[in-house]
Design a binder for this molecule. Sequence first.
Ligand SMILES: *Cc1c(COP(=O)(O)O)cnc(C)c1O
Length: 386
Amino acid sequence: MIPYGRQEITQQDIDAVVQTLKSDFLTQGPQVPAFEHALMAYTGAKYAFAVNSATSALHIACLALGLGPGDWLWTSPVTFVASANCGLYCGAQVDFVDIDPNTYNLCPKALAEKLAVAKKQGTLPKILVPVHLCGQPCEMEKIYNLAQEYGVKIIEDASHAIGGKYHGSPIGNCQYADITVFSFHPVKIITTAEGGAALTNDQKLAQKMALFRSHGITRDQSLMTESSHGSWYYQQIELGYNYRMTELQAALGISQIERLDSFVAKRHELAQRYNNKLASLPITLPYQLPSTYSGLHLYVIRLQLDKINKSHSEVFRQLQEQGIGVNLHYIPVHTQPYYQNLGFRVGDFPNAEQYYQEAISLPMFHNMTIDQQDQVVNVLTEVLGR
Ligand SMILES: *Cc1c(COP(=O)(O)O)cnc(C)c1O
């Protein structure tokens, strides 16, 4: 089976991890801060916090922004459940903004309309989580201007988008967001096995995220309520969690981020090749928003079902039967049973649901060979033509 995504691990990565394993520190040593500095250097953000997953990063981001009961968090329905769940972790309510049918990202026009209604009803969100689906940046300038107008904070879920650019600047620089979150799960662009990070330019948010990542405990005298009892002393001043990344993971991350640009460049090569080879099939190819550079975590096609005499699930199954490890990103979150129990209904976000009826993620990963890609192209061509 040709997988839809796969990490690339080199001898350099293995050596970095083994060296750290033999060092004095497996946790809370020099590797995590060094990885954070590499993230800051790459993106231009002032602060970065490495954590054990993007899910944890989303959680500490929401906590730092003060999300709690009575508040609302809005995100896109076409995302991994974690982008929405972080709101529920904080006791807030979650709602969704439908996607743009071309970019598959949260639609700024739908956002403007929904914000105007929410303002009248007194239900404006505290936090908006735009998700750069497939690595394609959202229309951040429009989203940011709306957020400013209505006093909404922004957490960019850039789990798919490290290495991408918006208007020529790196995703993660937080120019249009209070906080940006990355994931380093093995299928994503760079990996630390499990892992994530939260980045910000705001010193206060940074201080809070540092606390929430590690039990709410500080050794910073300026944050304490009384003077230190001695060199052992620390204070717990918030209810935090243990969301720390290990030294082994950070060592892997440092080694991987050195190859980030080549990872993304390779994905662009593969995508360009797909674009050329698939152009005549009854499918919609990925759209690229002008003046953006996608991180290209995923290559998603949409079936033009009126031109194909098979159902979406038949095409999907036939591809898998012939060794093509296709996937679907994502089942709209509001249609999940947990969210249905919160009152959401099928029909609430029609563009997201339509996308789900037609979307297929084709295999794309760093070490994909030309032969493997040709196999995907040939099988897809055959399945759609038969
Ligand atoms: C993968 C992913 C997450 C969660 O990442 P983890 O590191 O696995 O917690 C969140 N949001 C999106 C959009 C993702 O793709």
